[in-house]
Design a protein around this ligand. Sequence first.
Ligand code: HEM
Length: 158
Amino acid sequence: MAAWPGHARNPVLPYPLLLIAHLFAAVMFVGAVFFEVLILGSALERVPAGVKRRVESAVAQRARRLMPWVLALLYASGLGMAWHYRAALAQPLASSFALMLALKIALALSVLGHFIVAMRTRGHGERIARRFQRIHVSVFCHMLGIVLLAKGMFYFTG
Ligand code: HEM
């Protein structure tokens, strides 16, 4: 079981509420990234170039509207929960739980960096499309690590 068990009580925002908000936001964000990388990318290879461009721009427009809110919820709830583990995070090498949580947060911050770059990238054409594809694949790999660490930190403890 967990090497760092116990969720301290927060009178303002109870831990279970933060966790549920975090989980819903993670489902939306991770789901969107998986959909982009595993479904949309190859589906768009089969449609005419004009249609592909229009779908890509509609998807990008929708993502620019929705995702900032999803990410705000994801990172705010994550921060709220991380506060409960601040003593563990102050010594990330002292337990495997703290190390995995610190790595998970580092990966999440890197995802934020990717997101900011993607939000600032505008325009069309092969070069931009390739840049978006690289960003999506990199975020996809980060997601795999984040989800494995998020669950592993409670079970792979030494
Ligand atoms: C891309 C960003 C992120 C994703 C996709 C993500 C995803 C997840 C997932 C899937 C879980 C497991 C939840 C469960 O099983 O119920 C989790 C747990 C957790 N996350 Fe995140 N997270 C992200 C960012 C963050 C950030 C920025 C922080 C802190 C600053 C954070 C702190 C935590 C904590 C403390 C837990 C443990 C919750 C628990 O089970 O008690 N996360 N995260």
